[in-house]
Design a protein around this ligand. Structure first.
Ligand code: GLN
Length: 532
C-alpha cells in the first residue's frame, strides 16, 4: 500500500480537495486503484451539525455518513464511492479513544496524544476497518500547517513515513502571492511553511504552488532549492476556468510521473484520460447558455456545491453553459417573484432546514407551477412544492411541514414515526442510500430508464401518506416510493413540462463521467422550454 498525504500551507481555501481529487484521477489513469480520505482537525464528530456558513455543504455518502464537501469532489472526479471511513475528524478520533479507555482497553495506562491519539489516527489512515484494498490511499489533511489543531495529524504522518520508507509521498500545497505595487511574486511564505513542516520532522516531497499569475522557471527553481525539493517535483496550479481542468494541468507538468517515480512505480506512457478530455472539450465548445435559478437561503458558493456541480455536468452533456442565478428565498415574495425570476429557463428549489427563507420557496414553487417553468425540487425544496400544492390546489390555507409550523391542521409534510423521540441531533436523520421504486409510465421512470433506483437521503420529515390520495386526485402524482417503508420519494405533475421533486439528494451521485439522469433531463427541459 502506498500513501500520499496532502497538506496545505500559508492560507486556507487553496483547493487541497481539488488537488487530491486530481491526483486520484491521474493515478487511476495509470491503472492504479485508489481511495481518497479527508482528516479534519475540528472537534465536531462529523460536519453534520455544522451550519453551511461554517463549512459549506454537508456531503452524504452511500452508507449514510455526513461528511466534508471535499468527499463530493473525490467522487465527482474519480467515480469512487466513499464511505464513513473516508471522513474523519479530531472529534471522531477522540471519541473512539475515550470510548476504548472507558471500556478498559488501555487499563493501567495514562492516555496521551502521543501515542494513543496518533495511533488511532494511523489506524484510520491505514483503513484497517476497510475490507477493500487499494494501491494508493490519498489522505488530505484539513486546515493549514501551523494550526494547533493539526499537530497530532502531522505527527502521525511523520511516524507513518518513518515506518513505511519508500511508500509515502508528502505533497504540500502552498500559495505564491503577487504584490501588485512591487509587481513581484513572493516565495517567502512558502519557504516559511516548508520550514514549519521540517521543524515537525516532515520534508515535503512535492510542492504545488497556487498562483494567480504564471510562475517562471527561475522562481520554481528557487522554491525547489530553498525547500529541499527536486525541481521536477515543484508544479504550479494557476487559476483555471474550471476545476475539472486541474488534472490535465497537473499531468502536463508531470505531477503524476513525479509521484510514481518517488515510489518506484511504473507509469503508463499514455494515461487513460480520454473520457475526461472529451468532457473538457465538450465543455469548451458549448457556446449558448441556459439560465437556471437556484432558490435557496445560503448566498455562499459552497453551500450548494454538489447541486451547482451537477448542473454543470448536465450542462456539458447538453452542450450548454449553465448560468446559475442564485435567488435568495428569504427575500422572494409574491410581489417580486416575476422580476427576480425573469428570464430564467428553469429553477432548482434547494434543500434546507428551519424556518428562514421557507415562504420564498413556496412562492417559487407556485411560480414554477403556474407559469409552467421546469422546476426541480430537492429535499426541503420538494417539501415546499408539496406545501404549495396543498395550499393553492387542495385549498388548505395553513398547510405546512410540521418542522415549520407544528400547529398546522394540515401537516402534509410530517416527522417520521421513528424520528419523533430523537433528542440527539448528531447523525440521527434518515441518512444514506435507500431504494425507491418508480411508477411505470411516469416522467421519473422515463428519466431513469429503470424501475428501481437507489438515492441518498438526509432529512427527518416526510410526505404525509394520509394526504396521498388527495394529491394524486388533484394532479400531483407520487411516482417514486420506498418499497419497504412506503414513503413518498418523488412527486411530479404530469401535465406540466417538467415539474419533479425528490425527497432524496440526487446531486450526491452526479460525476463528471456519469452525469445524473434527473439533472440531465431537467437541464434538457429547461433548454427546450427556453428555445420554444
Ligand atoms: N428540513 C427538512 C427535513 O429535515 C429537509 C432537509 C433537507 O433539505 N436536507 O426533512
Amino acid at each position: 500500500m502506498k500513501y500520499i498525504f496532502v497538506t496545505g500551507g500559508v492560507v486556507s481555501s487553496l483547493g487541497k480537495g481539488i488537488i487530491s481529487s486530481s491526483i486520484g484521477k491521474l493515478l487511476q489513469a495509470h491503472g492504479y486503484s485508489i481511495t481518497i480520505q479527508k482528516f479534519d482537525p475540528y472537534i465536531n464528530v462529523d460536519p453534520g451539525t455544522l451550519n453551511p456558513y461554517e463549512h459549506g455543504e454537508c456531503y452524504v455518502t452511500e452508507d449514510g455518513m455526513e461528511t466534508d464537501l471535499d468527499l463530493g469532489h473525490y467522487e465527482r472526479f474519480t467515480n469512487i464511492r466513499t464511505t464513513r471511513g473516508n471522513s474523519v475528524t479530531t472529534g471522531r478520533i477522540y471519541s473512539t479513544v475515550i470510548e476504548k479507555e472507558r471500556r478498559g482497553d488501555y487499563l493501567g495506562k495514562t492516555i496521551q496524544v502521543v501515542p494513543h491519539i496518533t495511533d488511532e489516527i494511523k489506524r484510520r489512515i491505514r483503513r484497517e476497518d476497510d475490507p477493500e484494498k487499494y494501491d494508493f490511499i490519498i489522505t488530505e489533511i484539513g486546515g493549514t500547517i501551523g494550526d494547533i489543531e493539526s499537530m497530532p495529524f502531522l505527527e502521525a504522518i511523520r511516524q507513518m513515513r518513518w515506518e513505511n520508507p519508500g511508500n509515502v509521498v508528502c505533497l504540500h500545497l502552498t500559495y505564491i502571492p503577487y504584490l501588485k505595487a512591487a509587481d513581484e511574486l513572493k516565495t517567502k511564505p512558502t519557504q516559511h511553511s516548508v520550514k514549519e513542516m521540517q521543524g515537525l520532522g516532515l520534508q515535503p516531497d512535492i510542492l504545488v504552488l497556487r498562483t494567480e499569475k504564471h510562475l517562471g522557471d527561475e522562481l520554481m527553481h528557487k522554491v525547489a532549492s530553498f525547500c529541499n525539493v527536486d525541481r521536477d517535483c515543484v508544479v504550479q496550479s494557476e487559476d483555471l476556468p474550471s476545476i475539472y481542468e486541474v488534472p490535465v494541468a497537473m499531468q502536463d507538468q508531470g505531477l503524476d510521473r513525479a509521484i510514481l517515480r518517488k515510489l518506484g512505480l511504473p507509469a503508463e506512457e499514455k494515461p487513460a484520460l480520454k473520457g475526461w478530455k472529451d468532457f473538457l472539450a465538450r465543455r469548451a465548445s458549448a457556446v449558448s447558455t441556459v439560465k437556471i435559478a437556484l432558490v435557496g437561503k445560503y448566498e455562499l458558493q459552497d453551500a450548494y456545491k454538489s447541486i451547482r456541480e451537477s448542473l454543470q455536468h448536465a450542462g456539458v452533456y447538453n452542450d450548454r453553459k449553465v448560468e446559475i442565478r442564485f435567488v435568495n428565498s428569504e427575500f422572494l415574495t409574491m410581489e417580486n417573484v416575476e422580476e427576480k425570476l425573469a428570464g430564467i429557463s428553469g429553477m432548482v428549489i434547494c434543500p434546507g432546514f428551519g424556518q428562514r427563507g421557507t415562504e420564498g420557496k413556496v412562492v417559487a414553487a407556485w411560480y414554477g407551477r403556474t407559469r409552467d417553468i421546469p422546476t426541480f425540487g430537492i429535499c426541503f425544496g420538494m417539501q415546499m412544492m408539496v406545501v404549495e400544492f396543498a395550499r393553492n390546489v387542495l385549498g388548505y390555507a395553513d398547510a405546512d411541514s410540521s418542522e415549520i409550523n407544528p400547529a398546522t391542521t394540515h401537516n402534509v409534510i410530517d416527522i417520521m414515526e421513528e424520528q419523533k423521540n430523537i433528542t440527539r441531533m448528531g447523525g440521527t436523520m434518515r441518512l444514506g442510500a435507500y431504494p425507491c421504486r418508480l411508477k411505470e409510465g411516469s416522467l421519473a421512470a422515463g428519466v431513469y430508464g429503470c424501475p428501481e433506483i437507489s438515492e441518498r437521503h438526509r432529512h427527518r420529515y416526510e410526505f404525509n401518506n394520509a394526504y396521498r390520495e388527495e394529491f394524486e386526485a388533484a394532479g400531483m402524482k407520487c411516482t417514486g416510493i420506498n418499497p419497504k417503508a412506503d414513503l413518498v420519494e418523488i412527486v411530479e405533475i404530469p401535465g406540466l413540462k417538467w415539474y419533479i421533486a425528490a425527497q432524496f439528494h440526487p446531486e450526491y451521485r452526479s460525476t463528471v463521467l456519469k452525469p445524473h439522469p434527473l439533472f440531465m433531463s431537467f437541464v434538457k427541459a429547461a433548454i427546450e422550454s427556453s428555445e420554444k
